[in-house]
Design a protein around this ligand. Structure first.
Ligand SMILES: Nc1ncnc2c1ncn2[C@@H]1O[C@H](COP(=O)(O)OP(=O)(O)O)[C@@H](O)[C@H]1O
Ligand SMILES: [Mg+2]
Length: 268
C-alpha cells in the first residue's frame, strides 16, 4: 500500500529536506520504491537526489494541473532504479500564492494514478504556510512535522499542528499528523534534553522515537548526492539507524511516545 507523507515545518533550516532524503534513503536501503516530490523552490532535495538535467518540473505540473500530469515530471535519481523525483526549480516560488480556493488540490489531482505506483511518496515542503505547503497537505495521507530541539520548537510545532488541523477539516479530510520528528540532536547538550522533554510534555503522543542525531555525515552525503545510508562513517550509521526506525514507525502508523537520546559518544 502506498503512503504519501508531507514533511513540513514553518521554519527554514530545521531539516525538512534532510528528513525527506533521509527517509528516501531508508526506503532505498529496504528496497522500497519511493518518489520524492520537491515542493520547495530552493530545490534542496532535488540536489541531494542527484537527478539528471530536467526541463519539466513541479512548477509546470502545478501550472498544468491535469489529473495524472505529475507522471510527466518524474525523473530517475542518481540513487538507483527505485528512487524517483519530481524536481523543483526557482520558478516554483510563483506558485506559492493563489487567490483561487481550488488551487490547493492541484498537486493531489496531478498525482492521481501516480502515487499508487510507489511504496512511499515524500512531499518536501517549503518553510512557509503558503500555497505550496497547502498543496502538499491536500495531497498527503500523513503530515510529519520536523523541528530542532531549540527555543522555537514548541511554538513551531504548535503552528504546524494548527495548519494540519485546518487542512484536515477543509482541503483533506483524510489527513493525519504522523508526529513530530526532532532533528539535529546533540545528546550531550542539556539544552537539547530540556527542549525534548518540553516537547514531549506538550505532545506526549506525537513526539516520535527515535530522534535524529546531528552528524556531519548528513551534510557530507548530501554534498556528494548519495544516501546517508551509503556513507561510510560511524556517524552515518547512527543516522541510518534512526531513519530506518522512523520509516518503519511511519509505515506502521505508529507514533511512539518516549524519545530516547543516545548516550553514545558523539562521532563526527
Ligand atoms: N541531522 C543532521 N545532522 C547534520 N546536519 C544536518 C542535519 N539535519 C540537517 N542538517 C543540515 O542543516 C541544514 C539545513 O537542513 P535542511 O534539511 O536543508 O533544512 P530545511 O529543509 O528545513 O530548510 C543543511 O545544511 C543540512 O545539511
Ligand atoms: Mg528544505
Amino acid at each position: 500500500m502506498s503512503v504519501t507523507v508531507a514533511v513540513l515545518s514553518l521554519k527554514g533550516g530545521v531539516g525538512k529536506s534532510s528528513v525527506t532524503v533521509g527517509l528516501a534513503g531508508a526506503a532505498w536501503e529496504s528496497n522500497r520504491s519511493v518518489l520524492v516530490v520537491d515542493c520547495d523552490p530552493q530545490a534542496n532535495s532535488t540536489l541531494c537526489l542527484d537527478v539528471p538535467p530536467h526541463t519539466f518540473t513541479l512548477s509546470d505540473v502545478l501550472a498544468d494541473g491535469r489529473p495524472g500530469i505529475a507522471a510527466e515530471a518524474i525523473v530517475p535519481s542518481g540513487w538507483g532504479p527505485r528512487v524517483h523525483a519530481i524536481p523543483a526549480e526557482e520558478a516554483l516560488a510563483h506558485r506559492d500564492t493563489s487567490t483561487i480556493p481550488s488551487s490547493a488540490a492541484r498537486l493531489r489531482l496531478s498525482l492521481t494514478g501516480v502515487a499508487d505506483r510507489y511504496d512511499l511518496v515524500l512531499l518536501d515542503c517549503p518553510p512557509s504556510l503558503g500555497e505550496l505547503t497547502r498543496n502538499a497537505l491536500a495531497a498527503a495521507d500523513l503530515a510529519l512535522i520536523v523541528t530542532e530541539p531549540g527555543f522555537f520548537a514548541l511554538r513551531g510545532a504548535e503552528q504546524a499542528l494548527r495548519a494540519i488541523d485546518v487542512a484536515s477539516t477543509s482541503i483533506n479530510l483524510g489527513l493525519r499528523p504522523a508526529g513530530i520528528v526532532i532533528n539535529r540532536v546533540r545528546a550531550h547538550l542539556n539544552e537539547h534534553a530540556f527542549r525534548i522533554a518540553e516537547l514531549t510534555r506538550a505532545y506526549p503522543n506525537l513526539v516520535l522515537d527515535p530522534v535524529i542525531p546531528e552528524r556531519t555525515a548528513v551534510q557530507q552525503a548530501q554534498g556528494a548526492g548519495v544516501p546517508v545510508q551509503a556513507w561510510p562513517s560511524p556517524g552515518a550509521r547512527e543516522v541510518t539507524e534512526a531513519f530506518d526506525d522512523l520509516l518503519e514507525a511511519l509505515l506502521a502508523g505508529r507514533a511512539a511516545t518516549t524519545p530516547t537520546i543516545s548516550t553514545a559518544r558523539e562521532q563526527r
